[in-house]
Design a protein around this ligand. Structure first.
Ligand code: NAP
Length: 312
């Protein structure tokens, strides 16, 4: 076997730790990190073959980190949800980083379980069966109890009704981020132009006090939420997504589950039961993307531009 691929992990949270665990047993890969903020330069500027950035969700917040890694000649995988399709958030910044990566001969990919696999890469694969596609619908019911406090607060857990309403209005409560990005990845692959994406988020309040490792939610405060996204193309709903997340799904008599519906002359309905585990899945997709990113064409790519993720 030749020289091992050097992989540097930036972000010492859940994803960083799990990716380190997955990769530590892989032949031909040498893991460095996970590194926290104090070791930013070592993580990003150490000249690794692939730098994994698992810190925040937002393109603007990871841009400098991506720039530093790319300028040091490293390919980048980031779990920032907005990075799955960065042109949707900031066309100028996405283009600048895409061009920078091309100049340095390296690849940038935004990937995790969702976005990055469940409702984009897998949807595109499901569409491979269809003679043609009229519409898509995905349903995701997720157990949120394994997430850390920062992510839970940002997505909308642990708020009184008034605080949730305030956070929804001022944008500090985001719900799950990533459906618009997944929708754009699939649309681009299928040659569809999305006119707009309508979205709603509604809290689900706890009936009783719920304690999970990351936090405790008092009765009457938000323990979950339901989000609905509808992408409109050619004046009609083309891609619908419904996401229910909760820290104790039993309270709302639900269980983790994912569904993909491909509508058209050859309809297809895929059910994943129990649904994808977000922690396991994200670490898997990132670890299983190391080689395909190291081998990809330079520039900022999406999961639909690459061969499927695979271990090994
Ligand atoms: N695409 C997907 O499917 C997918 C899947 C999983 C996770 N994600 C996203 O990936 C990110 C990481 O997930 P996680 O579960 O590992 O979160 P986490 O457990 O909260 O860990 C994040 C880590 O990154 C650090 N960090 C936060 N902001 C930073 C910044 N601006 N610069 C440097 N370090 C920073 C945090 O350190 P401090 O404690 O010092 O803040 C923490 O150690 C989250 O935004 C999450 O939403 C996406």
């Amino acid at each position: 076997m030749g020289t091992p691929l050097r992989v540097s992990l930036y972000g010492a949270g859940l994803v960083g730790g799990n990716v380190a665990k997955v990769l530590s047993g892989r032949k031909g890969i040498r893991v460095e990190g996970p590194f926290d903020r104090a070791e930013r330069d070592r993580a990003l500027r150490g000249g690794a073959d692939v730098v994994v950035i698992a810190t925040t969700s937002f393109l603007a917040d990871i841009a400098d980190d991506v720039r530093a890694a790319v300028e040091s000649g490293s390919n980048v995988i980031t779990t920032a949800e907005e990075a799955a399709y960065p042109w949707a958030n900031d066309e100028a910044l996405a283009t600048e980083l895409d061009e920078l990566a091309r100049r340095h001969g390296v690849t940038i990919l935004g990937a995790g379980l969702n976005p990055g696999y469940a409702f984009d890469a897998l949807v595109v694969t499901a569409c491979g069966y269809a003679w043609s596609v009229d519409a898509l619908r995905v349903v995701r019911i997720v157990d949120l109890s394994g997430f850390g406090e920062t992510v839970l607060r940002r997505i909308g857990i642990g708020y009184t009704p008034a605080a949730f309403e305030q956070g929804r209005r001022d944008g500090t409560i985001t719900g799950h981020i990533g459906f618009p990005q997944s929708m754009q990845v699939v649309a681009r692959k299928l040659g569809v132009t999305i006119d707009r994406i309508d979205r709603t988020i509604d809290p689900i309040f706890a009936r009783e006090r719920i304690a999970i490792p990351a936090l405790t939610v008092d009765s009457g405060c938000s323990a979950g939420f339901e989000q609905r996204y509808t992408a409109i193309a050619d004046g009609a709903p083309w891609f619908e997504a419904v996401f229910t997340g909760h820290i104790d799904l039993r309270e709302i008599e639900k269980a983790p589950r994912d569904e993909i519906h491909v509508e058209g002359p050859t309809p297809l309905h895929i059910t994943v039961d129990p649904g994808f585990n977000p922690q396991i899945g994200s670490a898997g997709v990132v670890a299983n993307s190391i080689r395909r990113v190291a081998e990809a064409r330079p520039g900022w790519v999406t999961v639909a531009d690459l061969p499927p993720a695979s271990p090994g």
